[in-house]
Design a protein around this ligand. Sequence first.
Ligand code: URA
Length: 221
Amino acid sequence: MKNLHNALLLKQLYQLKQLGYRYTDTAPSQYKVSELQLPSSIEALEKQASDCHLCELSKSRHHVVFGEGNEEAEILFVGEGPGVIEDDTGHPFVGRAGEVLTNMIEKVLLISRSEVYISNIVKCHPPNNRAPTATEAHTCLPYLLKQIDYIKPKIVVTLGNTAYHYLTGDESKITQIRGTLQKRGDYTIIPTFHPSYLLRNPSAKQEAFIDMKLIKSLMKA
Ligand code: URA
């Protein structure tokens, strides 16, 4: 909860920055609690996200890709941001990277994709598949933290550098921290490679397989 509160404060500061402010003498503690709240159901949160115009990405998106899957999932996967096909369809990980992710879930974890929850750091497609900027990521992060709050997963798998970096604040490279377990409150973060990276670097699939086996070993029997 403290995480979410801080993320909401940070979001407000990034929004002020976007509006041209460089300094603010408003101490964060002076923000009203009501300004720092998000809806208390995942449906209402999705509705709010679908009307979101808080960052530049909202101008060019076709669909808000909120995330989907089992709302009581034990495992939540977090990617970077929707690609072109995801932007067209409104569903996360449905392109080639999605095929790789689905195979990892179904062939190594031996569960169906619908049993997990899949989301992203930003809910709107960054043009030209660029990485989201810090402002975009911090503006959007409260939605993901609230999704984590509702779903209460036991394991959060971050896919690639961007997802790990913005969820944890740690700038370590994915090659250094993949396959490690990081306890955060009620859940454990396990960073692994992004499926798009695996498409470009098939030799890394072996390490991704080891990470998925680790995840499998932590799942409820
Ligand atoms: N890549 C991502 O990071 N997320 C998606 O939803 C699709 C591709």
